[in-house]
Write a protein that binds this ligand. Structure first.
Ligand code: SF4
Ligand code: SF4
Length: 373
């Protein structure tokens, strides 16, 4: 696949793709993050992007890569498994992928992934989506749209420059009309605010055509807490934290809010997810690459991952580890949920084991355990 794509790109395109961080970065729990750009001007008070990028709210800088170059970079990434059953791709970690400065990049990446890789793609956004934009999204791969709405009443203060929630509900409507399965992205759940709005948020999303909802926790740093304090929202958050907050991001535990949101969502006919990768899996109708059914994030959605696990035989595991990583395992034992590989200690094995574990985990959809002989 690399050599086929390389022929389309030429030497300078290959060099550009290989020097990009997308050719190296390890996956996050939601999948491999793809950045059509970096930065966002919307200045949501709870946003962690400024913490991650070390900047304030800023116009996004588009990636220098074309769609095809991005596809090549992903394919060259040692963690990446191509195909519909391969690595999940997630756009929206450090930008809004449908920001006007990024939308053509994002569509170009989606088209290149559709034409050459086939991996399921997820994006999260607060941007308006009209009928023509919804139709421009490729139909020959699985796309999982997450539309972020965390408050209706407090949107003007909390998300001062983002499009208003009613425009995002309209986006849900258009995506559904275009045949996609939009989900309400109810992340972050903001304690002290979301309790008052849960019913309305879920009802509005459902009426607009959302298929499901993904709930997720708030992460705060000292700077984020200070911004939320302007609206008096710091107190309910601090009451859930064990200690003081510094410059690093910490998760605000909210199992009660998640449980309530999931219960209400189901009552309203929405499919509820505790993890974004599960929504991606549901849309693509493949088992979740995060193995959420093993890791406590499964909400028993209709995707029924455990009934879709690929058949795996020991000989294929041994062959794959040899061909891909130059390893010569002594044995591989394939179970329902777990794959145990026995290896001799070597410098090579120690060097590649982390990548090999992740790749095997996605390819076999089993928890991978390496044991030394
Ligand atoms: S829209 Fe998203 S990325 Fe942009 S400021 Fe708001 S939370 Fe951050
Ligand atoms: S069945 Fe469970 S693990 Fe699989 S996608 Fe649904 S919620 Fe996630």
């Amino acid at each position: 696949m690399l050599s086929r794509l390389g022929q389309l790109l030429g030497p300078s395109g290959i060099e550009k793709a290989l020097s990009d961080p997308h050719a190296r970065r390890p996956p996050r729990p939601c999948g491999l993050t793809v950045h059509p750009g970096r930065g966002c001007p919307n200045a949501c008070l709870y946003c962690y992007v400024p913490d991650v990028l070390g900047t304030g709210p800023t116009e996004p800088e588009p990636t220098p890569l074309s769609g095809l170059e991005m596809a090549y970079a992903l394919l060259a990434n040692p963690y990446f498994v191509p195909g519909r059953m391969g690595t999940f791709l997630a756009m929206g970690a450090v930008c809004d992928p449908l920001h006007p400065l990024l939308v053509s990049k994002t569509l170009g990446i989606m088209r290149a992934v559709a034409a050459h890789l086939g991996n399921p793609i997820q994006f999260s956004t607060k941007m308006p989506i009209d009928a023509s934009l919804a139709k421009e999204m490729p139909k020959d791969i699985s796309i999982s749209p997450l539309i972020t709405i965390v408050t209706i009443e407090g949107a003007r203060e909390l998300e001062p420059k983002a499009p208003p929630p009613w425009e995002r509900l309209e986006a849900i409507r258009e995506l559904r009309k275009a045949g996609l399965k939009p989900m309400l992205f109810l992340r972050p759940l903001i304690p002290g605010l979301v309790e008052l709005e849960l019913e309305d948020l879920l009802s509005e999303a459902r009426s607009a055509g959302a298929v499901g909802v993904v709930v997720g926790s708030l992460r705060v740093s000292r700077a984020i807490l200070a911004r939320l304090a302007r609206l008096g929202l710091d107190r309910p958050i601090r009451s859930r934290l064990r200690g003081p907050v510094g410059d690093s991001l910490v998760v605000v535990p909210c199992p009660d809010l998640k449980a309530k949101a999931i219960r209400l969502a189901r009552e309203k006919g929405l499919v509820a997810f505790k993890a974004a990768c599960c929504a991606n899996a549901f849309c693509a109708q493949v088992p979740c690459t995060g193995l959420c059914w093993l890791r406590g994030f499964c909400t028993n959605c209709p995707n029924q991952c455990t009934k879709k696990l690929p058949e795996v035989v020991e000989a294929d595991v041994l062959e794959a580890l040899k061909a891909t990583f130059g390893l010569r395992p002594l044995s591989a034992q394939v179970g329902e949920a777990r794959l145990t590989v026995v290896l001799r200690r070597s410098a090579r094995a120690r060097k590649v084991i982390r990548v090999a574990r992740k790749v095997l985990e996605v390819a076999t959809r089993r928890a991978v355990v390496f044991k030394w002989a």
